[in-house]
Design a protein around this ligand. Structure first.
Ligand SMILES: Nc1ncnc2c1ncn2[C@@H]1O[C@H](COP(=O)(O)OP(=O)(O)OP(=O)(O)O)[C@@H](O)[C@H]1O
Length: 348
């Protein structure tokens, strides 16, 4: 006889012969698997419900957790962002920051620089621009400085914290440089100066900041100087000797000569003849052969010469070629380049 179907459609074993003592045993035997299955189903059901409830937990819990974790970070980020914009200060504030302009740090072409301190203790250098310079041209420069340096953060650039501009006074507020100006080390009498190994680093770092040709050669009184001496030595083929007499070790002489050649390119009379900073970086870093620079400082040698005339050069491997890439340096042909050239040639 086939077993009966129960609620869950499982086949139950056929009922044993009727006997009082065995009937309870039978019902226990029959009920145990049913109970186990029931429990399993209940367990599975509960599990499903738990999962569903986890999945449908309102996202607010997560959001709150993320927010409480990230809020300080975000707050710090926003504060830093706000701090990095050049701030506009009033003349009264500057007067207070500089303790009534009591400490002069130095002066340059644009005005006197004073030492000061922000209320949060950060030291500053306040450059008060000369009144005579506040004409249309100087205004343009002032705005350019605020909008370029004010938004540029570079390890080789002094930070511009802020500015002040009103009908009576214009000033630029810079980060205070504990060690003063670089030129003090480059041109000062202090022979300790900067370690030779640091100089190429500074030169490359500074060139990386620049995005245009160095436009000013300087005044003639400041041209009676080392660059001309370098040119004289270069012309006589004594550059290597000169580096040694300058105290540069022989192992560094080649690098120093390379820097000297780049410098001679950078002081060309005509701004058009000077390489852009991207090229300067390339030349300083090595890997390209620097072309022989033309003679600079024409106006020092012969007054009245049109300095914008294309310079002449005696060197055989130098040919002036505006618009060509190999004007300042010669690309060294690598195996890959050579292969590439062959491919071009064969595909044409
Ligand atoms: N941020 C600074 N921190 C410390 N000292 C500074 C700072 N800026 C300028 N100075 C000091 O003030 C002097 C004059 O600086 P300033 O920039 O006016 O002149 P400069 O370097 O000759 O350039 P410029 O061509 O703009 O006139 C520097 O030589 C230096 O001693």
């Amino acid at each position: 006889m086939s077993g009966e179907k129960n609620l869950f459609n499982f086949t139950l074993p056929p009922p044993p012969p009727a006997s009082n003592s065995d009937s309870s045993a039978y019902s226990i035997v029959a009920i145990v698997p049913t109970l186990i299955i029931f429990c399993v189903i209940i367990y599975a059901f509960t599990k499903m419900l738990t999962r569903a409830s986890v999945a449908t937990v309102p996202p607010t819990i997560n959001v709150v957790q993320v927010w409480t974790m990230d809020a300080p970070t975000m707050e710090r980020f926003l504060q830093d962002l706000a701090k990095e914009r050049p701030v506009r200060f009033t003349a009264q504030q500057l007067c207070s920051f500089t303790n009534n302009y009591s400490k002069v740090l130095g002066s340059g072409g644009f005005g006197i620089v004073y030492k000061g301190q922000l209320p949060n203790g950060v030291k500053i250098a306040v450059k008060v621009l000369k009144r005579s310079l506040i004409d249309k041209r100087a205004e343009g420069q002032f705005m350019a400085e605020v909008s370029t340096i004010g938004r540029t953060y570079h390890i080789n650039l002094v930070r511009l914290y802020g500015f002040s501009y009103d009908p009576f006074m214009s000033a630029l507020i810079y980060e205070y440089m504990e060690n003063g100006s670089l030129d003090k080390y480059l041109f000062g009498d202090d022979t300790q100066g900067i370690d030779w190994n640091k100089l190429p680093e500074i030169a490359i770092g500074t060139a990386r900041v620049g995005r245009r040709r160095n436009a000013k050669v300087g005044s003639t009184d400041s041209l009676d100087w080392f660059p001309k001496h370098v040119w004289d030595k270069y012309e006589k083929g004594e550059l290597a000797k000169m580096t040694l007499t300058c105290g540069i070790e022989e192992k560094d002489s080649e690098r120093a000569q390379r820097m000297a050649l780049v410098a001679l390119w950078c002081v060309q009379d005509s701004p058009e003849a000077r390489p852009p900073m991207s090229v300067v970086v390339k030349m300083l870093e090595g890997g390209v052969e620097i072309m022989a620079p033309p003679k600079p400082f024409h106006y020092l040698f012969s007054v009245g010469v049109n300095v914008l005339n294309a310079p002449t050069c005696n060197s055989s491997d130098y040919s002036i070629g505006y618009g060509t890439n190999s004007y300042w340096y010669k690309e060294q042909t690598t195996t890959i380049m050579a292969k590439y050239e062959i491919q071009i040639a064969s595909s044409s």
